[in-house]
Design a protein around this ligand. Structure first.
Ligand SMILES: Nc1ncnc2c1ncn2[C@@H]1O[C@H](COP(=O)(O)OP(=O)(O)OP(=O)(O)O)[C@@H](O)[C@H]1O
Length: 502
């Protein structure tokens, strides 16, 4: 095999189906294209292959130089022609390349360039084609992959279905077993039922027999009763005729009664009408009475309202009164405190009936409680002595005067204070006279004790009549004993007094 045919074979393998493939031209094209594609210098290639292509005869070169033959020449022959021309120029040692050779070289180079460019275009097209084919193959591969995945999923689904089918099959088999057991049971029950049916049929036959016998007896009885009923019907018919006669009589009687009732009804109607008229009158009068009552009620309500207002005023006044009274009491006790809790009074007894000729030692009694006493037996200043009291009662002072001054202290018992009044003095100076009085039965002669208790009870009872007039003197005495009143001493204890006063 020559080198050209070898190149031809390899060309056919690489460019499958290419329209550019021609016998005898392929090797030169490919080499030229390869040289361009790999970026080698074209002139360098020519030098390296000069020996190889220097086998073209000179007459062939002249043929090639004719226009139109370059296109039909192979690349190999073109390269050898160029080499030949160059070798001839070197052999002739002629530095200047003739015009004819230069034009031939130019044409050869142009042709080679055109071929190379065509080759490049073809290669581009083929590479595009390959790319498109590659893309198609890729898409096909993907489709196949998806198909493969789809088939695996389907396989899984089918396997699952198969599993379920197997499970269902086992279930159905179990059911079948159960049904077979049931059918065996049912067969047994059927046999039992058939036995029962047979026994029931026997019973039914017996019952039929007894029923027939009973029916026969009943028919006989029915005939008997029929005869009896016919007899009874005859009796009832006779009774019916009798009753019809009676009804007629009753109808006559009721008609006469109806007439009488009608008359009475008319009379009652007249009576009811008259009663209704009087009822109407009564209603009218009751209406007027109601109106009057409502008027009276209204006036009563108004009066009651005013009364309530007045009462409220009175309640307010009473409350105010009590508050004022309370305030007064407080003030009163404060005044008593200011005056002093211990008070000393002096009372001068007048001469008794048997002491008329005697000389008094009292020289002066002032209103502010000063008392001057003379003692003529003592000389100088010692003959006059000044005494000071809360108050000095002269010989003319009455029981009432003495009590009036002690009364405020006594009244403070009612506000919770303990009070003690006592008389001090020599025998016969008048202590009993002042505290109790010469005669208890005489109100004017009452001493401080009686007067104090009487005053306290009067206040506590809040009554106009004095206590001794209501309770009597004996009762007053009893109270006085309870209150520890002595001839010259009165102890007014608030606990005892509060008990007694209640
Ligand atoms: N103010 C007076 N006015 C008139 N008579 C009085 C007065 N005070 C005392 N008498 C009379 O003086 C007398 C002596 O009085 P009284 O008995 O009261 O004294 P007394 O202090 O109680 O004596 P004694 O300590 O002995 O009991 C009595 O007869 C009494 O009536």
């Amino acid at each position: 095999m020559d080198p050209q045919s070898e190149v031809h074979v390899s060309e056919n393998r690489e460019l499958d189906g290419s329209s550019e493939v021609r016998n005898g031209n392929v090797s030169g094209r490919i080499e030229a294209f390869n040289g361009l594609a790999e970026g080698h210098n074209f002139s360098g290639d020519l030098k390296s292959k000069r020996v190889h292509y220097a086998d073209l005869p000179s007459f062939k070169i002249s043929e090639l130089t004719k226009l139109g033959n370059l296109e039909n020449a192979s690349s190999h022959s073109l390269f050898s022609a160029v080499n030949r021309i160059l070798d001839e120029c070197i052999e002739k040692s002629n530095q200047d390349i003739p015009q004819r050779v230069a034009s031939v070289l130019k044409l050869v180079v142009q042709e080679i360039e055109q071929r190379v460019s065509k080759q490049a275009d073809n290669m581009k097209k083929q590479s595009n084609m390959y790319k498109s084919r590659e893309d198609r193959y890729h898409t096909k591969i993907r489709a196949l992959e998806t198909l493969a995945t789809g088939t695996t999923e389907e396989n899984k689904v089918v396997m699952n279905q198969l599993q379920q089918m197997k499970i269902e099959k086992t279930k159905i088999e179990e059911k079948k077993k159960l049904e077979e057991q049931d059918s065996i049971k049912l067969r047994k029950e059927k046999a039992i039922c058939e036995n029962k049916v047979l026994s029931l049929n026997e019973e039914l036959n017996l019952a039929k027999k007894s029923y027939k016998e009973n029916l026969f007896h009943l028919e006989a009885k029915a005939e008997e009763s029929k005869e009896k009923l016919q007899k009874k019907i005859l009796e009832l018919e006779s009774l019916l005729t009798d009753s019809r006669k009676k009804i007629k009589e009753l109808e006559d009687f009721s008609e006469s009664k109806f007439v009488r009732w009608k008359r009475k009804e008319q009379e009652y109607r007249h009576f009811i009408d008259s009663q209704f008229g009087s009822l109407q009158e009564l209603r009218l009068t009751s209406e007027s009475i109601k109106q009057e009552v409502s008027k009276i009620n209204n006036t009563y309500a108004e009066e009651f309202y005013h009364f309530g207002l007045n009462l409220q005023g009175l309640i307010d006044a009473a409350q105010n009164y009590h508050s004022v009274l309370e305030e007064n009491r407080k003030l009163y006790n404060e005044v008593q405190d200011l005056k002093g809790n211990i008070r000393v009074y002096c009372r001068i007894r007048p001469f008794l009936s048997g002491q008329n000729g005697r000389q008094t030692t009292i020289q002066y009694i002032s209103d502010n409680g000063e008392l001057v006493v003379i003692n003529p037996s003592k000389p100088g200043k010692d003959s006059h002595r000044l005494f000071k009291f809360n108050k000095v009662f002269g010989p003319a002072a009455t029981q009432e005067d003495v009590f009036r001054d002690t009364q405020p202290l006594i009244r403070s018992v009612l506000d919770g204070y303990n009070v003690c009044i006592f008389a001090y003095g020599q025998t016969g100076s008048g202590k009993t006279y002042t505290m109790s009085g010469p005669n208890a039965s005489s109100v004017a002669d009452w001493g401080v004790n009686y007067r104090a208790l009487n005053d306290l009870f009067n206040i506590s009872q809040n009554d106009i009549a004095p206590l001794h007039m209501r309770l009597g003197f004996k009762w007053l005495k009893y109270i006085m004993n309870k209150c520890e009143t002595y001839s010259a001493l009165t102890v007014l204890r608030r606990d005892i007094l509060s008990e007694l006063l209640c």
